[in-house]
Ligand binder design. Sequence first.
Ligand code: C5P
Length: 219
Amino acid sequence: MTVVVALDGPAGSGKSSVSKAAARVLGFAYLDTGAAYRALAWRCLEEGIDTHGPADVIESLPSFEFEIGTDPDGYVVRVGSEDVTADIREPRISATVSAIARIPEVRQYLVDLFRSIISGTERPGIVVEGRDITTVVAPDADVRILLTAAEEVRMARRSAELSGVSAETTARELSSRDAKDSQVVDFMNAADGVTTIDSTDLDFEATVASVVALVRSTT
Ligand code: C5P
């Protein structure tokens, strides 16, 4: 039976890099659900699909050809035949993605897709990270974690990742995205049965170690 580790957290909490590293240590697959929302936003911008009203986005879903790698060492995101792994991290995508993610039909479409990826996992386990994994996508996951960090720490970490973007711009983008996303899913407070790992005073290795230790002690 596949061990499912669900990990949610706000922007800049380090959940992507921590989940990927933990998956590597555990020999598990890794699923970055935010990348799917980002890939859909990328496609809308690329094809001029109106992201302000939901109708055009919903209509575009059946022809959304999207592929995401689940190997933590060979992670790639494609839309059609195009490798968009780097492009989906651009600020223009971060600025658009929340409007798409609030459309219920989009969420249902992607939640179904995530569940089918989870159930098709060939490795002994999978680490799935996002905003609604512990509550909606996999509420019955074997391990459920909320990864948090103080806002100023999250901003500093994200700003160190993005070269060429000012710290003020990063801070503004991060808090506006969290505010919009929080209206749709609560990822700031741990749901019942979810373990909070606060990484404010932990470095990257210590955070990964605490996730791995929790998985090993629970499963
Ligand atoms: O995790 P990341 O910051 O890459 O996610 C990008 C966006 O995708 C979020 O700002 C949010 O709007 C959306 N998202 C979501 N539910 C998830 C994962 C991401 O709504 N499970």
